[in-house]
Design a binder for this molecule. Structure first.
Ligand code: UDP
Length: 452
């Protein structure tokens, strides 16, 4: 493989979707590709959620004007914001890229654009500028498959989904039930279907990159490969393949590591619902009392906005802090990968975002699965029923919460789940070692891009 010393580096332009769960794996992919010595990396990013460049001196950044209003940026509608970004950013991205090409000498020509599937405007620009492009999906293969099924399910009369069907298996998508589908009971169905349709069209993209692992998703990957006539590169878990990098949009509270150092091995429950989920005040209070009553140490991320329009931490119930004392720690944002790697962390109660799921698997931490929307339901179904490394917790009710925590952390059944997660971790981590599937895939991708 060429190194920076013996060959001029070619330029990769990354176009992440500006949300935490999309930004993290895209920057990890950029760092992984850069670490092979073949490429320099420029991150074309919207003004919205623009990352802290000083955390990423290895990358160049190309701001993309997004024309979002204050109302847009404070909107809770992920789907509307993504649709607007696609509409607003095409021209500005094209202009920024044209300027970049004019500044760049021809030896540093753009090798390709790698864009998040939700940022499909990048494919249109790549096509017009005749630059090769590659599509990156930040979700699982199983979830990607569901998107392709929607039009068929619609034709067959299953969509809009019927209330009578939640527990029935979805044709062609076993083991998913209708209630596990990303858009089950979703509002704004039309907009969502439009977004899914556009983000699943590969257009002129020459390849697919997924943050997944062959051994984890053999069957969905096989089906996806039948559906798309382009090469697939499965390069996961990216959080373990890339050199460590911090792309948090909220400041990480590192003080929790000193607190974790004081806890016994495998004793502590880590709790986080990720960067977008919001719950209501009643659910927050049920979570608080479930944690208070379970008697295990816990580290709980209560992010500003977890309860919409509030700091959330201010809404914790009276008496909670006194009852919990030193046994519990509540923070606004965690250095999650360090937390999951800490030996005192024995379980993760999660919303099952794809990054959180992979991060937990790659540290061998068994999970309690409380999916809230979108692909989280697909991930939760696989975690609890296919890989069987997590327990499902559907109701945010204090008694149910307490029971689930005790079951995972202090019962024979929990021990079996923990052992399965340890086995899965070893299998997954094998894939990133020399000769493993993800290792090979990364190096094949480098060759593939160099040959474009
Ligand atoms: N994360 C973090 N600190 C936290 C909570 C989350 O660094 O306190 C990171 C986490 O490690 C993951 C990302 O934020 O990489 C969340 O992505 P995920 O796909 O799990 O969920 P989303 O936020 O997209 O719903």
């Amino acid at each position: 493989m060429a190194t920076a010393g013996d060959r001029r580096q070619r330029l990769l332009v990354l176009v992440p979707c500006p949300y935490q769960g999309h930004l993290n794996p895209m920057l990890q992919l950029g760092a992984a590709l850069q670490s092979t010595g073949s490429f320099s990396v420029t991150v074309a990013h919207t003004e919205f959620h623009f990352p802290n460049q000083s955390n990423h001196p290895q990358f160049d950044f190309l701001p993309v004007a997004d024309s979002l209003s204050d109302a847009d940026t404070s909107s809770r509608s992920f789907i509307s914001t993504i649709l607007k970004l696609n509409f607003n950013c095409k021209t500005s991205f094209q202009q920024s890229l044209t300027r970049l090409r004019e500044q760049t000498d021809c030896q540093d020509e753009i090798a390709c654009i790698i864009y998040d599937s939700l940022m499909y405007f990048a494919e249109e620009v790549a096509r017009e500028l005749k630059v090769p492009c590659i599509i990156f999906r930040a979700c699982s293969a199983a979830n990607t498959l569901t998107y392709n099924e929607y039009p068929r399910l619609q034709e067959e009369g299953f969509i809009p989904l019927l209330d009578s069907k939640p527990l029935e298996l979805v044709p062609r998508l076993h083991p998913l039930r209708f209630k596990d589908l990303p858009i089950y009971k979703f509002e704004g169905l039309e907009k969502l279907l439009l977004l899914l349709k556009r983000s699943n069209e590969i257009g002129t993209s020459v390849a697919f990159v997924l943050n997944t692992i062959e051994c984890l998703e053999q069957s969905p990957l096989m089906k996806l490969r039948q559906e798309y006539p382009v090469p697939f590169f499965t390069i996961g878990p990216l959080n373990k393949i890339a050199p460590p990098l911090s792309s948090s949009l909220i400041e990480e509270d590192e003080s929790c590591i000193a607190w974790l150092n004081k806890q016994a091995k495998n004793s502590t429950l880590y709790v986080s619902l990720g960067s977008i989920v919001s719950i209501n005040e009643k659910e927050l209070i049920e979570m608080a009392w479930g944690l208070a009553n379970c008697e295990h140490p816990f580290l709980w991320v209560v992010r500003p906005g977890l309860v919409h329009g509030s700091e959330a931490i201010d809404l914790l119930p009276d008496g909670f802090a006194e009852i919990v004392g030193e046994r519990g720690r509540v923070i606004k944002w965690a250095p999650q990968q360090k937390v999951l790697a800490h030996e005192s962390v024995g379980a993760f109660w999660s919303h099952c975002g794809w990054n959180s799921s992979l991060e937990s698997i790659s540290e061998g931490v068994p999970m309690i699965c409380t999916p809230c929307f979108g692909d989280q339901r697909v991930n939760a179904r696989y975690l609890s029923h296919v890989w069987r490394v997590g327990l499902s917790l559907e109701d945010m009710e204090r008694g149910e919460i307490e029971r689930a925590i005790k079951k995972l952390m202090a019962s024979n059944e929990g021990e079996i789940v923990r052992q399965r997660m340890t086995d899965l971790k070893h299998e997954v981590m094998h894939s990133i070692k020399e000769g493993g599937s993800s290792y090979n895939s990364l190096h094949e991708l480098v060759k593939y891009i160099n040959a474009l």
